[in-house]
Design a protein. Structure first.
Length: 612
């Protein structure tokens, strides 16, 4: 029995540590609970002298000759010079009640403090663990699931810990009350234990169901969050595709699934109300009859026994409800802790201690191979490639050729499984990860524009950048003239997702964000793939300006081949390998993939140019 008790408390403390409640906080809450129980018991026992006083018509002298506890009360109050009267007994009982409520108040306040602190700390730690995890670990979970774990499931996990601590507090209260009842009548106490035990056994099947339904609640919450995040990001597509009715129907299924799970949780909790109260009330009436007719207990003892029994009824009922809530919320607790542990175990390798200060000479890929988990063929296979400092290199090739995987290697988003990357004479793994990434700017194919002033979005590339630096970056990106034409200039709000800007303006604004930090390396992922001819021309102008006015090493993935014609070198990739390398002119003469793709794009563009 002792070992079970110890394991149970060990589980409580381990759960508390896992969610930042902390062992000390749990002990403090249980101490508050213990204090309130002890004072409440004193309050209950203080009723015995009051009942005896009333029963004996205030004959204090007679009570002093019959009962030891009356003599103890006389000596206690005599030390402070107070006469033993009914008024004093009533005030003393009331003071104990107020003192008990003070402990309850302190426990509730402290519980709220601990719970909100734990949620805040846990949410921040999960976010930090996710941000610091390897890309493969981040990609395993849908965005909606991550959001749900950090919001709904985290709140439920905290409620689980609160319920678990409350359950242990109720156990302490129950034990002390049973000890008090045992003092009054051992035989009646044994009967009470049998009654309460029978009631708990009746609820055992309900407890088993709670765990299963709790898992359904967690699953339905995750599916709902994942669905909402995906659909809210694609409202325009849903509308233009005429899929409103289909999406509403899908949403209604998820809502119904979630409602059904929550309904079953509440149904199980309501079963406690139906089962517990009649059992305990019937037991109380039976006790009353046995105490009077069989055991012939004093009226004061009978009254106190029934009072404790009635006090235990809601305690046992609430403990059963709490136990059921624990089982229903445990899957949320498990999901949150498992997610946090998974992200922490998948933390990125920080590399060496060297500070990255720029590119000296060239960046070299030496026999680099990389294969995604679950893939049969490698995305990169024995790649040998050199990027000279201060030059512009374009990576081209069909989809799935390994272009994006290759540029992900430079900021160590992906780590080669074979081979190595050398910057100057230093292996890239020797650099501290933070300093390495601070020296690399990146602009994605689809700009992620925040709904902030234009200047603030540009500063996202360098927090604290001066206005002169912001304007310089805008000039290099060939968007300064556009910004100056706006009534509010650099303080113009971009709109959600940059909705107030054209595609080309969004692309060049994000390029300015990448340029403001003045990093030695600039990575561009298909920057012109979604642009019209005029926007593409402006982007080409920006590239020319960057190359002529800076010594940045540019590596870009090119989809529109006309936009990368002037690159210092063009690298053609296919099936994770280097197929061709050269400038535009030499590649056109070789009549390989690049020459055919360039001619195809040019022929496709000619009718459109003739129409305009």
């Amino acid at each position: 029995m002792t070992s079970i008790f110890n394991r149970s408390f060990k589980t409580l403390f381990e759960s508390a540590e896992a969610t930042h409640f902390g062992r000390k906080s749990v002990l403090a809450l249980l101490t508050f609970q213990l204090g309130s129980v002890l004072i409440e018991l004193l309050g209950f026992f203080s009723l015995i002298p009051i009942l005896q006083y009333l029963q004996n018509d205030g004959d204090v002298a007679g009570l002093l000759t019959k009962h030891d506890h009356w003599r103890a009360l006389r000596d206690f109050y005599g030390m402070v010079g107070l006469p033993l009267r009914l008024e004093l007994l009533l005030v003393s009982s009331f003071v104990l009640l107020v003192l008990r409520q003070s402990f309850v108040f302190a426990r509730l306040r402290y519980m709220a403090y601990v719970q909100t602190r734990a949620i805040a700390q846990m949410r921040l730690e999960i976010f930090l663990a996710f941000i610091g995890a390897r890309t493969d670990a981040q990609e395993k979970h849908a965005t909606g699931v991550i959001v749900n774990d950090m919001t709904t499931e985290l709140n439920r996990a905290a409620s689980y810990l609160v319920a678990l601590v409350t359950l242990y507090g109720s156990a302490i209260l129950f034990v002390f009350y049973m000890c008090a009842m045992l003092f009054l009548s051992p035989s009646m106490t044994v009967a009470a234990l049998l009654v309460f035990g029978s009631a708990v056994l009746l609820l055992r099947t309900q407890m088993v169901k709670s765990g299963k339904i709790g898992q359904l609640v967690t699953d339905s919450n995750q599916r709902m969050s994942s669905f909402l995040v995906e659909r809210l990001q694609q409202v325009r597509l849903i509308r233009l595709a005429g899929m409103e009715n289909a999406e509403v129907e899908a949403m209604s299924h998820l809502v119904e699934r979630q409602r059904e799970a929550m309904k079953n949780v509440h149904y199980l909790l309501s079963n406690i109300e139906v089962i517990m109260e009649p059992v305990v009330v019937a037991a109380g009436f039976t006790f009353l009859y046995v105490a009077v007719a069989v055991l012939h207990l004093p009226l004061s003892h009978i009254a106190l026994f029934l009072l404790i029994l009635m006090r235990l009824m809601p305690v046992v009922k609430e403990a059963s409800r709490t136990r059921q809530s624990c089982l229903a919320q445990m899957p949320s607790f498990s999901a949150v802790v498992e997610s946090k542990n998974e992200y922490e175990q998948a933390a990125e390798l920080k590399g060496g201690d060297m500070t990255f200060k720029g590119v000296q000479g060239a960046i070299r890929f030496e026999d680099v191979t990389f294969c995604y988990p679950g893939s049969v063929a490698p995305s990169l296979s024995g790649v040998n490639l050199e990027f000279p400092v201060g030059t512009a290199t374009a990576l081209v090739g069909p989809s799935g050729a390994g272009k994006s995987t290759l540029i992900d290697m430079l900021p160590r988003i992906r780590i080669p499984q074979e081979g190595q990357i050398i910057v100057g004479d230093t292996p890239i793994m020797a650099f501290d990860l933070e300093s390495l990434r601070s020296g690399i700017a990146y602009a994605p194919q689809t700009p992620q524009i925040f709904n902030v002033p234009l200047s603030e979005h540009i500063r996202y590339g360098k927090p604290g950048a001066s206005m002169a630096e912001v304007e310089r970056a805008a000039e290099l990106a060939c968007i300064a003239e556009f910004i100056s034409s706006l009534p509010e200039g650099y303080e113009t709000m971009t709109g959600e997702g940059g909705e107030r800007l054209s595609g080309g303006q969004r692309q060049r604004l994000d390029l300015a964000r990448a340029l403001v930090a003045q990093t030695p390396i600039l990575l561009l992922d298909e920057p012109t793939s979604n642009l019209d001819a005029r926007s593409e021309e402006l982007f080409r102008d920006a590239m020319v300006r960057i190359r002529s006015e800076t010594d940045i090493t540019i590596i870009l993935i090119g989809h529109q081949l006309s936009s990368i014609m002037t690159a210092d070198q063009i690298v053609v990739m296919g099936d994770g390998r280097i197929v061709e390398i050269g400038r535009h002119e030499s590649l056109m003469k070789s009549d390989g993939w690049y020459a055919h793709a360039f001619k195809t794009q040019r022929n496709a563009a000619m009718p459109a140019e003739q129409e305009t």
